[in-house]
Design a protein around this ligand. Structure first.
Ligand SMILES: CC1(C)O[C@@H]2[C@@H](CO[C@@]3(CNc4nc5cc6c(=O)[nH]c(N)nc6cc5[nH]4)OC(C)(C)O[C@@H]23)O1
Ligand SMILES: [Zn+2]
Length: 371
């Protein structure tokens, strides 16, 4: 029931502005071969075929519909052909819902020491044993097929931040050529999809050109790459004020590597549907718990005799059965159970945030809350 109240003109402008701010937010469902994805969605990161410190069934109880894996790590160990022979990544890791795999270029740049970028692809030495590998649009796409990914990411070059206009332009153009080769190498099947990744750094004309090049290839969804690479929230939002609108309105939009709750809320308001970030899992293992009261650093000595849960109304095992004092102790003495419980709580927190955002959008309500 919306009651129409006569606001003075200037207040009406503010309210209109607020609603205007939310008009790009959308809630929906992506149907895949491995089940539905309710969007806006947060994807827990399972880089090496496991969400660290979590059983897959526990990840499922947090409400996650889809998790992320990494081509780069899995091709080095245990190897894509071996995973294929063993029945694919879903079977290997006992996760039957959707899986999205990143295409590996970004991880090569952020992980391996020696590498060379050529038109063909990226030649690099494994950060594990130094052996030589090459990733190309074709090999990355084939590896993701062997893994059995529900959503395959195109092979791109993540333009570093900061970059000059010229650097960003040539990097974006390489990504467009690689996207074309990735699309050609993709074995399309019902219920599986491939997402293109737009680049262009912070330059709106390059972002537009990147989007136009990739829309021509008719991907099942589109990611905005080259963000969450040190540019900061303000600059990221500046790009997000226009970039999502360059992409097809009826296809999923995925912002890679984001982020903290406030980043996610701001990006949803600008039209983003999918997110992945290591924050809930990595910071959980480091003793940081996300709660409605803010981030709790459980190692702080003020918790050593705190007999209350992280959040009294949270349904996760950490909050239902344990106290902050116990979590403080476990993390201090580096007990594995500490990493498990903190991770479980944070993943639950992030999924509850996404659920509330989806509900607020469905009811046409504002969701500027950051709790
Ligand atoms: C936010 C937070 C905590 O996440 C951490 C750390 C540093 O940022 C992150 C997250 N940001 C991030 N931006 C990305 C851009 C691309 C991209 O353009 N292309 C492709 N294929 N994959 C991408 C994956 C991305 N992840 O990137 C690494 C280095 C993976 O660690 C993550 O800060
Ligand atoms: Zn909890």
């Amino acid at each position: 029931e919306v009651s129409i109240t006569k606001f003075p003109a200037d207040e009406r402008k503010i309210i209109a502005k607020a609603h205007d701010k939310y008009k790009k937010a959308r809630a929906g469902i992506i149907n895949t071969r491995h089940g539905q994805i309710h969007t806006p969605a947060f994807m827990p990161v399972g880089t090496k075929g496991t969400v660290k410190a979590m059983l897959p069934e526990s990840v499922q109880t947090t409400g996650a519909d889809i998790i992320l894996g990494n081509t780069y790590h899995l091709m080095l160990q245990p190897g894509a052909k071996r995973v294929f022979k063993l029945g694919g990544l879903h079977k290997f890791m006992n996760w039957s819902k959707p899986l999205l795999t990143d295409s590996g270029g970004f991880q090569v740049m952020s992980l391996s020491k020696l590498r060379k970028i050529t038109e063909e692809g990226v030649i690099f030495n494994s950060h594990i044993d130094g052996s030589k590998f090459m990733l190309s649009p074709e090999s990355s796409t084939e590896i993701q097929y062997l893994l059995g990914s529900t959503i395959t990411m195109a092979f791109d070059e993540c333009t570093p931040y900061p970059s000059t206009y010229e650097q960003a332009k040539s990097s974006m153009e390489l990504t467009s050529r690689w996207a074309k080769r990735s699309r050609k190498a993709f074995y399309s099947r019902d219920g599986y999809g491939q997402f293109g990744i737009i680049q262009g750094s912070i330059y709106n004309d390059l972002r537009l050109k990147s989007a136009l090049d990739l829309i021509e290839l008719d991907f099942e969804g589109y990611a905005i790459g080259g963000l969450a690479v040190g540019e900061g929230q303000e600059l990221m939002f500046k790009v997000l004020d226009y970039a999502p609108d360059l992409l097809p309105i009826n296809k999923p939009r995925y912002l890679m590597g984001v982020g903290k709750p406030a980043d996610i809320i701001g990006a949803v308001q600008r039209g983003i549907d999918m997110f992945d970030c290591v924050i809930p899992t990595r910071s959980g293992r480091n003793g940081q718990a996300f709660t409605k009261y803010g981030v709790v650093n459980i190692r702080n000595s003020k918790y050593k005799e705190d007999n209350t849960p992280l959040e009294e109304d949270c349904l996760c095992p950490a909050c239902k059965n344990y106290t902050k004092a116990y979590l403080h102790y476990l993390v201090k003495v580096k007990e594995i159970l500490g990493a498990m419980l903190m991770t479980w709580h944070n993943l639950m927190y992030f999924q509850k945030l996404m659920l509330r955002i989806r509900e607020y959008i469905a009811q046409g309500k504002d969701f500027d809350f950051i709790s």
